[in-house]
Write a protein that binds this ligand. Structure first.
Ligand code: GLN
Ligand code: ZN
Length: 778
């Protein structure tokens, strides 16, 4: 700590998208997985991508040799990168290690994707984002040791190209806090208890980075902001204090930037980091506010996350400047400008969106534009605020233009929202609805249904793509969809399902279809964002007041209903999920935007009813994932999110059966919210532990219809009749018979037809056997 370290640059981004401007990494890894290309080809593509990123970031104004360019590449996931670097490869994959114990790229992919009987690492959402990371497994037996040298190799690779980059590695506290205990661990084992064993390996990793030429390293510690982890903020802060005491006093290391992001650091963690022997701390000033003064800052750089890493809006540079300015009062050695998080959550470049309305495009900033905003602020810090007058004025003009543009505020939408009263959110008495629905629908006990989508075959995807390219006329495409619907309806009748669906063949995903049909949304051509591994989504942009120019789903549902006497379930995506999976406007509270979407859906539901649809499902798989990280923010969130669902559905007649569907059901966490949705029937994913979910429902006292998924749709495995029957048996023994529905975990769109038909046949057979057992007509 006595030798002088190179100063931290005046501006930086905390990370950059790694999938490539045209998803080159996706294609390269998937062709490696299929065996079409070899490891060397993949390595070469990855090296090209890394070089393109460094070169681009230097073009955009980050320094080539001052550590302002983050080295944040990952083949699959940054948490997996760190877990395997320290040797946390689960025992079931041990045979994949090299002779010297090292973990190569093939082993890395196998841990991510599984192989034969060996299940992959579990995947779950990264904080409150749509990115999924792989959950490390750590137990008392995990032998930490440096097991791959990718981080150091990338630093050296950059060096050889003339760049001094700043490697980005998930920090030790976050790695352990996000880990789950291995199966071998005793009950109640806390991975964080292994911190002292892990730190020497991190110290070794830091030494290897220094040896490769890194002046700075960024250790990402977003766990230190969360109040939603099993570990308390106090325990996390204590772990951070310990970790950075040890790493900070390691003799041989680069300067350390500890980066938080995603929200405000807990006060305990802030105090601990401020006092720790590290050189810089990055804080989120978009979702967090200026922290309190803390001892120990005098020698440190504060990297102020003033440019939002998670939305696609051009930032307000004057506002950002004011935050940088205010931060100087904390007495740190220096203040640098930064993004609030890695830019992995936004697409590459607005300039690629040639089909977007230029006026809308001028309000946007993707990763490249955000980098430019950061470098402008950095120049202001170096040369004084007048040096960036032009940039500040330009950003202000774009914001003003956005505020005044037609469509951003729509008088009719606004007055309708203003006129809402409590009655608009209330469907009335549940018992009355049950009676009306029993009469209208006449369903058997243990009604069977699916979650909505049927397999999206290559034919469907090709037809959609050809229609998109104009190679197939709309008439032809719609005829194709009707044939597809007819096929799916016949199949369901043959199988003997009770409530049918049209199969969602017209939708590419749950949100874009609605975004394309609603005013206030725009869709991008290249706005891909990594969801997990090689998967990316293209979120729509919700930029203005939302309204529905015309019915969106009615023609498909009505056509499907015309083919059958069984009830046809209309399928909509709920307001919370539409918001969660889009880039949402940041100029009004989310709750107001959600209510606008809800009103559009409410009109759609009225039109579905008028077209003779008596069962309508409004999917809210994202209800849990938007739950704020801070407990204090959760009640307000639940209030508006539940409210928007109720607003969307409360216009439905008592005889109309409203369903909802939720994925990733940590049922116990959001049970009150689920009950407050007041849907008539809720289907929930129970893949991980079915028994537990049934038990949770029973103890919660939840009294409406409920379909805990009886089989996992994430794998092609066909569930046996006995297996499903056993679950149903448990469900009917713990819950009142009239409450229980039978359905798979989630939509079937990613499955093939062979396994789908077999699985549904087994589901029906199992249902019949349980109906018989409980003495109901089969
Ligand atoms: N209705 C959607 C489907 O069946 C629900 C998908 C989801 O919950 N993610 O595909
Ligand atoms: Zn689902």
């Amino acid at each position: 700590m006595t030798d002088p370290r190179p100063a931290f640059p005046r501006g930086t981004i905390l990370g950059y998208p790694r999938i490539g401007r045209r998803r080159e990494l996706k294609r390269a890894v998937e062709s490696r997985w299929s065996g079409a290309t070899d490891a060397a080809a993949l390595e070469a593509t990855a090296a090209d991508l890394r070089r393109a990123t460094r070169t681009r970031l230097a073009e955009l104004g980050l320094g080539r040799d001052d550590s302002s360019i983050p080295e944040s590449f990952s083949f699959y996931d940054q948490v997996l990168d760190a877990a395997l670097a320290v040797g946390a490869l689960p025992e079931r994959f041990a045979a994949l290690r090299g002779e010297d114990g090292s973990i190569g790229l093939d082993a890395y992919f196998t841990a991510a994707r599984g192989e034969g009987e060996s299940a992959p690492l579990e995947m779950t959402k990264w904080f409150d984002t749509n990115y999924h990371y792989l959950v490390p497994e750590i137990g008392p037996e995990t032998a930490f040791a440096l097991s791959h040298d990718r981080f150091a190799r990338q630093v050296a690779e950059a060096k050889a190209e003339g760049f001094t980059v700043r490697p980005v590695v998930v920090g030790p506290v976050t790695l352990l806090a996000l880990a789950k205990a291995t199966d071998a661990a005793p009950d109640g084992f806390d991975p964080l208890s292994r911190l002292d064993d892990l730190l020497p390996v991190y110290a070794e990793l830091l030494a290897s980075l220094a040896a490769a030429g890194a002046d700075w390293v960024q250790l990402d510690e977003p766990a230190l902001v969360s109040e939603s982890l099993p570990v308390t903020p106090e325990a996390l802060a204590a772990a951070a204090e310990r970790a950075y005491e040890v790493l900070g006093t390691a003799v041989d290391r680069p300067a350390i930037l500890v980066a938080s992001g995603y929200a405000q650091l807990s006060p305990e963690a802030w105090t601990a980091l401020a006092a720790a022997p590290v050189e810089a701390i990055a804080i989120d000033l978009t979702r967090g506010s200026q922290p309190a003064p803390a001892p120990g800052l005098a020698g440190k750089t504060l990297v102020a996350g003033v440019i939002d890493g998670r939305n696609i809006w051009r930032g307000d540079l004057a506002g950002a400047w004011a935050k940088l300015d205010a931060l100087t009062a904390l007495g740190a050695a220096s203040v640098s400008a930064g993004t609030s998080t890695s830019l992995q959550h936004v697409p590459h470049d607005v300039a690629d969106e040639t089909a977007l309305d230029p006026r809308l495009a001028s309000w946007l900033a993707f990763a490249d534009q955000k980098t430019v905003q950061v470098t402008a602020l950095a120049r202001g810090l170096a040369e004084g605020r007048p040096a960036i007058d032009a940039e500040v004025a330009e950003a202000a003009a774009a914001l003003a233009d956005r505020r005044s543009a037609p469509g951003v505020s729509d008088g009719a939408v606004r007055s309708r929202a203003l006129a809402l009263t409590a009655a608009d959110y209330d469907r009335g008495d549940y018992a009355d609805r049950v009676a009306a629905q029993d009469e209208a629908l006449g369903l058997p006990v243990l009604p069977t249904t699916t979650i909505g989508s049927f397999p999206q075959t290559g034919d469907i995807r090709r037809a959609r793509a050809r229609h998109g390219r104009g190679e197939v006329s709309t008439d032809e495409y719609e005829e194709f969809l009707r044939e597809e619907i007819a096929r799916v309806v016949t199949l369901q009748e043959d199988l003997g399902l009770d409530v049918l669906v049209h199969g969602e063949a017209e939708r590419n995903d749950m949100v874009q279809y609605f975004a394309e049909n609603l005013d206030g949304f725009a869709v991008t051509q290249h706005g891909w964002v990594q969801s997990y591994g090689s998967r990316a989504t293209r979120p729509s942009i919700l930029w203005g007041d939302v309204s529905r120019p015309a019915p969106m789903t009615v023609a498909w549902s009505a056509f499907a209903q015309s083919l059958t006497d069984k009830p046809m379930k209309g399928m909509l995506t709920g307001p919370v999920t539409i918001l969660a999976w889009s880039f949402v406007r940041d100029d009004q509270p989310l709750g107001e935007t959600a209510d606008q979407v809800a009103l559009a859906l409410r009109d759609e539901i009225a039109d579905l009813e008028a077209a003779g649809i008596g069962v309508i499902q409004v999917d809210e798989p994202a209800l849990r994932e938007l739950l704020p990280l801070k407990r204090a923010d959760q009640p307000a969130y639940l209030e508006w999110s539940v409210g928007s669902f109720r607003l969307a559905t409360a216009g439905a007649a008592p005889a109309t059966q409203v369903h909802t569907h939720l994925c990733y059901s940590e049922f116990d966490v959001v049970i009150d919210a689920i009950a407050a949705l007041d849907a008539d029937v809720t289907s929930i994913e129970a893949a991980r532990s079915r028994g537990e979910v049934i038990g949770d429902i029973a103890t919660s006292g939840f009294a409406h219809g409920v379909g805990p998924g009886v089989y996992d749709i994430h794998s092609p495995r066909v569930p046996a009749v006995d297996e499903i029957a056993e679950l149903l048996d448990r469900a009917v023994s713990e819950l009142p018979l009239r409450q229980v529905w039978v359905n798979p975990d989630c939509g079937l769109k990613t499955r093939g037809y062979d396994e789908t038909v077999e699985s549904l046949r087994n589901l029906i057979d199992a249902t019949r056997s349980i109906r018989e057992k409980v003495g109901a007509p089969a």
